[in-house]
Design a protein around this ligand. Structure first.
Ligand SMILES: Nc1ncnc2c1ncn2[C@@H]1O[C@H](COP(=O)(O)OP(=O)(O)OP(=O)(O)O)[C@@H](O)[C@H]1O
Length: 857
């Protein structure tokens, strides 16, 4: 928090100076510094600069173009009077932009670079655009390098081609370069040098493929080549494409390290340093992308790549590859994170190739998937906090007066202006008991005649007392700005969610995977649905469809229906279900139980892989140390969202509560996370069991102190002011936030953007859940055997292993169903009787025998 700093309007400091020194006075200590910084950062300053540069570009363009037609007439005058010509009114020139135009053009063309001078127009243009748009549409450093090369190359080429022409095609620079080179290499040599330079540039820029046969995308089967049990790993290694081949497929460089384009190298270095600093364990990106994705990639993928690289699939490849792997990172180097230049990304794509097919890469399933871009979201007004100095002064005086009325004197008071509320921090005079101020909470609220006063006495970790007073003018926190923040872009979290802004305007971005579940409550209309959208959209901006699946439960039927467009990308559903978004209570029970089965299956997989959590497991899987033929698979995170938990508990009670409690207790390690929202935070809805397993809780405004206590174990959320004003209890701290705002049309745009892209053939299938009760009494007879009977028999015979868990894993079945199938197989004589902990004996030895048996059934 900003200590004693008062972030307020510009007039404030003057007022302060006129007052006699008074300890009660708000101290504008760092005000001037803030103003300068603000001015520099102010987007209006950038826009003005942008306009200046664009005009400069236009000016040069007109002057240069006019010069092409008027140079003969004007050259004489400029020659004769040199820069004096600028101040000689009597001299008339033909250039459209007058004497300055004639002089500038002459200087650029004749004394400089000839026709290549136009590159300066381009330079001013890109700077202007960057400033005016407010982000780096063009990457300056990259373009400067191109421009420098262009100046040398074009001026020399033009001088070479134009020979003794009167017009300065190559300018003085071109002429001297040409003269020197022709003298040194001869005319032909100079020509060849130019051809060589031009050709090299084209090859460099477009990475022309001189090979005759086209590179084909790796077939899906091959993507699994190299998988195997850890002990088989050695043998399997040769299956991977030989390094030679990979190099060729890339750029034909000497070594993988040298494949990094020189111009990117320093950026790679920086990124490398960054990674090394951040991750002492030297996690190195194992990303494999066999083919460059579509040429234009929006901003977020790079961020994703970074997350992915630094966190998700950490491997430690041999040192020689390290730098090369960081080439992947170069793709998301800091500048690119902020505002990637699409052209630059296009160029960087090939750099990803050399790590081809080394580790398994889940995102290859949808390799051309494009992450949503920030322009799909809106800016809801300026995120700049506007605070009225007089309002601050008034509130401060009122606080002081009120406290004085109760004989409480204070040493100092300071204010931090947030988006919705201002925090007045009071340092009481020595000897004043904090509890006295706390007791006056209502009186202070009354005297300030403002709603939403919250007193924090004392502010944990500081010797001050906080009084939060709502601002008259509130600032909407746009999700777009939060997602564009460095903190989010560079976040290394598994499931980063941009929740909102703290009172000191710091972005509150948390990792859902660490929470590990989230309970949200708030009276109707206070911002819950917006909150859920905020969380979902944050995740959609960061995660690839292969890395994350949502299970959406929406008893109100309308809140989450938008997301059905992304069914084939991000949603999970029950087999055989029509809709991925679950609205029916009965299906909710099935889905929750199916998730429990998925959880059990995942635990089995983890156990078998000898790993403790999803991260370790996925790491091992991507390193191809787990055999997919044995049921191992890349495990995406699953986020379960329930938008009205109260309805469910009312209708299904324990049937819902139990699986949720189970998931909440156990699912953390295997990557299943829950977000549960409710309008009615009463104790019969948010029971002790639920509460105990949801350490992270969000409260929007609620109707009573009791409700607040039910959610947060403390009052306060009844005093919030609605519209996304919230308290979050996380990591043992209670923080007041203004929830980031994302409107429904924005969400629509994001889901449409994703939905229009190629997805998986179907939604992610959850394991089947068969209700015990429904199956009761249906004793097995061959006539009504399970529809999966034949398939199960084949699995058992192929593996010659009569084990229920094999069926569970291979067929993604729940324990009960797999057990029942096993009983049926026993009844059919395909497997022997249960042998306790040992697998059953398989009576049918060959698949041909089995087919015969199945045929005769
Ligand atoms: N973070 C926010 N910033 C600004 N305004 C907000 C924010 N969140 C919500 N609002 C405003 O409050 C209105 C109601 O929000 P929302 O629909 O999320 O409420 P809710 O709690 O989900 O209501 P219900 O439970 O009835 O669905 C929104 O339409 C919006 O105008």
């Amino acid at each position: 928090m900003a200590g004693n700093t008062l972030k307020s309007e510009k007039k404030e400091p003057k007022k302060k100076k006129e007052q006699p020194p008074n300890p009660d006075v708000l101290k504008p200590d760092k005000e001037p510094e803030v103003k300068v910084k603000e001015l520099v950062k102010d987007e209006r300053t950038h826009k003005v600069l942008g306009a200046v540069f664009l005009l400069l570009a236009l000016y040069c363009f007109i002057a240069f173009t006019s010069y092409l037609f008027t140079w003969e007439e004007d050259q004489d005058k400029v020659f004769r009077y040199s820069s004096q010509v600028l101040f000689m009114h009597e001299i008339e020139v033909d250039n459209l932009l007058g004497r300055l135009g004639a002089f500038t053009s002459h200087w650029f063309f004749f004394k400089g670079f000839g026709i290549a001078s136009y590159l300066f127009c381009y330079f001013f243009f890109i700077i202007g655009i960057n400033f005016i748009v407010g982000r780096r549409v063009f990457r300056i450093w990259r373009n400067v390098k191109y421009i420098l090369f262009g100046l040398l190359f074009i001026s020399m080429t033009m001088a070479f081609l134009s020979g003794n022409a009167a017009f300065p095609w190559g300018g003085a620079l071109g002429d001297s370069l040409n003269k020197w080179t022709s003298g040194f290499l001869g005319k032909t040599g100079a020509g060849l040098l130019l051809v060589l330079a031009g050709l090299s540039w084209v090859i460099w820029k477009f990475n022309i493929d001189f090979k005759l046969p086209e590179r084909k995308p790796k077939p899906v089967k091959e993507a699994f080549a190299g998988f195997g049990e850890p002990e088989e790993e050695e043998e399997l290694l040769p299956v991977k494409p030989p390094v030679e081949e990979k190099k060729n497929a890339y750029k034909g460089g000497e070594s993988l390290v040298t494949l990094v384009p020189v111009e990117e190298e320093e950026e790679f270095e920086q990124e490398l340093q960054l990674i090394e600093k951040e991750e002492p364990a030297a996690y190195v990106p194992p990303v494999a992308v066999p083919e460059p994705p579509a040429p234009v990639i929006p901003e977020v993928p790079e961020q994703e790549a970074k997350i992915f690289i630094q966190e998700e699939l950490p491997v430690t490849p041999p040192p020689a590859r390290k730098k090369n792997d960081t080439a992947e990172v170069a793709f998301e180097i800091k500048p690119v994170f902020e505002d990637p230049d699409e052209e630059a990304i296009e160029e960087l794509e090939p750099v990803r190739e050399p790590v081809l097919a080394d580790p398994y890469e889940p995102t290859l399933d949808l390799r051309d998937y494009k992450y949503p871009t920030l322009d799909l979201l809106d800016n809801h007004g300026s995120d700049k906090i506007v605070q009225d100095a007089s309002e601050l002064e008034l509130n401060k005086n009122q606080i002081i007066d009120t406290l004085k009325n109760y004989d409480i004197s204070i040493q100092k008071i300071s204010a931090t202006v947030g988006p919705t509320v201002t925090l007045y921090e009071i340092v009481p005079a020595a000897g004043v008991r904090i509890s006295r101020i706390k007791n006056l909470e209502d009186d202070i609220a009354l005297s300030l005649s403002a709603l939403g006063i919250r007193i924090i006495a004392p502010i944990p970790g500081r010797g001050t007392i906080g009084i939060e007073v709502p601002n008259v003018k509130k600032t909407i926190v746009s999700l777009r700005n939060m997602l564009a923040s460095d903190k989010f872009l560079h976040s290394q979290m598994d499931l980063p969610i941009a929740i909102g802004k703290k009172i000191d305007n710091e972005n509150f971005i948390a990792d859902l995977a660490k929470m590990p579940h989230l309970l949200m409550a708030g009276a109707t209309g206070q911002g819950k649905s917006v909150g859920i959208n905020t969380l979902l959209v944050s995740l959609l901006f960061k995660k690839h469809p292969s890395q994350l699946k949502f299970v959406l439960i929406d008893p109100k039927k309308v809140e989450l229906s938008l997301y059905k467009l992304i069914e084939k990308h991000f949603l999970a559903k029950l087999p055989g279900e029509e809709d991925a978004i679950i609205t029916d209570t009965k299906k909710v029970v099935h889905t929750l139980n199916a998730l429990c089965i998925e959880m059990d299956l995942r635990y089995d997989l983890l156990k078998e892989a000898g790993t403790r959590n999803i991260r370790e497991y996925n790491k091992k899987f991507t390193e191809r140390r787990l055999n997919p033929l044995k049921g191992h698979r890349f495990l995406p995170f699953i986020v379960l969202v329930i938008d009205e938990f109260a309805d469910l508990i009312m209708t299904a009670g324990k049937e819902v509560e139990m699986p949720i409690a189970r998931l909440a207790q156990l699912a953390r390690a295997i990557g299943i996370h829950l977000i549960i929202a409710t309008q009615r935070p009463s104790v019969n809805i948010i029971t002790g069991t639920i509460k105990a397993n949801f350490p992270a809780r969000i409260a929007f405004k609620v109707s009573s102190k009791i409700d607040s206590r039910t959610i947060l174990d403390i009052g306060g959320s009844e005093q919030l002011i609605g519209q996304g004003d919230m308290l979050i209890s996380f990591n043992g701290e209670l923080v007041r936030l203004q929830c980031a705002f994302v409107d429904t049309p924005e969400v629509e745009r994001v889901v449409e953007f994703i939905g229009e892209q190629r997805g998986y053939p179907e939604a992610f299938m959850l394991p089947e859940y068969v209700d015990e009760k429904e199956m009761e009494g249906k004793d097995f007879s061959l006539a009504d055997r399970d529809p999966l009977f034949d398939e199960a028999a084949r699995v058992i015979v192929q593996n010659q292993q009569g084990s229920t868990s094999l069926l569970q894993r291979r067929m993604k079945l729940g324990y009960n169903r797999a057990g029942r199938l096993m009983d049926q197989l026993e009844a059919a004589g395909i497997v022997g009787p249960n042998l306790g902990s040992k697998a059953r004996e398989v009576n049918v030895k060959t698949e041909a025998d089995l087919e015969e048996i199945l045929g005769s059934m």
